[in-house]
Ligand binder design. Structure first.
Ligand SMILES: Nc1ncnc2c1ncn2[C@@H]1O[C@H](COP(=O)(O)OP(=O)(O)OP(=O)(O)O)[C@@H](O)[C@H]1O
Ligand SMILES: [Mg+2]
Length: 501
């Protein structure tokens, strides 16, 4: 407590109050005492003057009488606290017993006698052992024709003054004690109101140091402490926000690292399978296990298929990496969708005929042109239609349709009545190398990159991709593109940060 801020504040507060009160009490009692003594002095001087005047007029009216008989005659009136002295300071009247009566020696000091002879009033305070109290003595000269003929010495004990002063001091001390108590309570409350929020902030910073940024300090006051609390809360909120963002970033980096590793593993696997098979064929031929006839009829066509798949795989990988890096510079033109579909279908004609499927195109002639890179848009259509052809049953029907809206957008659908895709696979269908039926797709020559390329191209055009499918009910792949582009060069989109493998 003594070392705490509360203790220090309280001590300082009480110290100031104690010092102030002490000064006030001392000054008050001192002033009170000196005022009282001065008043007494003035009163004694006045009385001394009137006695001196009476004696002086007696002396003036009967000059022959002398001071002694007058003094003796008057002594009964004044009591023992008034003494008549001669010019040398010897007591003449039978006044105060303690003033050296009867011993014929000066009651006053030499200096005082000299001052009285000059006509001055002399006054002193001194301790009187007989009365056991401090007394005030005032000596007033008896002036006859401006000549000092004697002295009236007035003595008054200051005991009652002292008693009064000490009573005043006592009352002052009680009052000071009470004030101190009140000051202590008020000081404690004020100090606590200051230190409590500081303590709260201190506790919150301790929690912060342990990584907890949730604690806030409650303080709505408008003073500096309130401001400090608000600033602290703001700081904690900012740190919390930054830290969460950093954590998210860390998580994202971790995820990207995992993706990169998966990708390398996938690519290696995809390349190893056809390479192994080609390697086996060549080895068999070299060893003579495969004869020339077998090789020409069976194994060389297989090696050809494998190498062309590898070729396609590498081509697709290059495409994808260029798309994901975002550094492609395409030219965007107004593309007539109907014409693009016709070109794609005529190129896929051999596969369509092979699969024995019917493709129905329902693209309105008055469809507005789409701002896109023609080659890339055709690549998207090719990938979607070739998938549909590939997965359609014999005599299956493929529909290519369009829909306007919502807003200035167009959606293109490619629908087939193939086997469909299980719901659990739908979220992953756009990922690289993801295949629903792995062996079947790979054996059929698929690289598993077609849909990933579609997604990248469409998103680079500011569009979105969707899929709707259920097992046994066919699949509908679609993409939506804006009919107006803000930037003519999708590759220059700064928000699309390059993605690394
Ligand atoms: N129309 C479809 N009907 C059913 N499944 C489909 C259809 N289109 C795609 N898929 C599934 O999605 C997977 C990924 O398709 P994607 O086009 O990316 O690769 P792929 O067709 O196997 O290979 P590639 O297109 O590179 O030759 C396919 O392997 C298949 O399982
Ligand atoms: Mg495909």
């Amino acid at each position: 407590m003594a070392n705490s801020l509360l203790g220090k504040l309280l001590t300082a507060f009480l110290l100031v109050v104690v010092i102030t009160l002490s000064i006030t009490v001392l000054a008050t009692t001192h002033l009170f005492g000196s005022y009282y003594t001065t008043e007494k002095q003035r009163e004694l001087t006045e009385r001394g003057h009137s006695i001196a005047d009476v004696i002086a007029s007696e002396l003036e009216s009967q000059p022959a009488t002398g001071l002694l008989p007058i003094a003796r005659g008057l002594s009964g009136y004044f009591g023992e606290r008034v003494l008549i002295l001669d010019r040398r300071g010897m007591a003449l009247s039978a006044g105060h017993q303690g003033m050296g009566m009867g011993r014929r020696q000066s009651v006053l000091a030499e200096g005082d006698v000299a001052r009285l002879l000059k006509g001055e009033v002399v006054s002193h305070t001194a301790f009187d052992p007989r009365l056991s109290t401090t007394v005030l003595a005032v000596a007033v000269p008896i002036l006859v024709n401006n000549q000092t003929e004697g002295t009236v010495l007035m003595v008054a004990p200051l005991a009652d003054i002292e008693a009064t002063v000490s009573a005043v001091r006592r009352i002052s001390f009680y009052t000071a004690g009470l004030a101190l108590l009140l000051a202590g309570v008020i000081g404690f409350l004020i100090s606590r109101s200051i230190t409590r929020p500081i303590r709260e902030i201190s506790q919150a910073t301790e929690l912060m140091a342990k990584g907890d940024f949730q604690r806030r300090v409650e303080n709505n006051s408008g003073d500096e402490i309130g401001q400090l609390a608000r600033n602290f809360n703001q700081l904690a909120a900012n740190l919390d926000h930054t830290l969460s963002a950093l954590n998210r970033e860390k998580h994202k980096i971790g995820k990207m690292e995992r993706l990169r590793r998966d990708f390398v593993a996938d690519v290696s696997h995809e390349l190893r399978t056809p390479l192994t098979s080609v390697h086996g064929i060549i080895e068999g031929m070299l060893d003579g296990v495969i004869d020339e006839k077998q090789a020409r009829n069976q194994y060389l066509p297989l090696a050809y298929r494998e190498t062309s798949r590898m070729n396609r795989l590498i081509q697709n990988l290059l495409d994808l990496s260029r798309l994901e890096a975002g550094n492609h510079t395409w030219e965007i033109h107004a593309v007539d969708l109907g014409e693009a579909v016709s070109r794609v279908l005529s190129r896929l004609q051999p596969q369509i005929a092979d699969a024995d499927v019917e493709v129905r195109v329902n693209v309105p002639a008055d469809l507005p042109p789409i701002p896109a890179n023609e080659e890339r848009l055709e690549q998207v259509l090719t990938n979607l239609v070739s998938n549909a052809v590939h997965y359609s049953p014999p005599s299956g029907i493929i529909d290519i349709e369009t829909k306007m809206g919502p807003g200035e957008r167009i959606t293109v659908f490619v629908r087939d009545d193939g086997p469909g895709i299980p719901e659990k696979d739908l979220p992953y269908i756009w990922e690289r190398f993801y295949r629903v039926d792995k062996s079947r797709s790979r054996n059929a020559g698929g690289t598993g990159l077609g849909l990933a390329i579609v997604k990248e191209i469409i998103e680079a055009h500011g569009g979105t991709v969707q899929v709707e499918s259920a097992p046994g009910r066919g699949s509908t792949f679609s993409f939506t593109l804006p009919l107006h582009r803000e930037t003519e060069n999708p590759g220059a989109d700064p928000d699309r940060a390059p993605r690394g493998y």
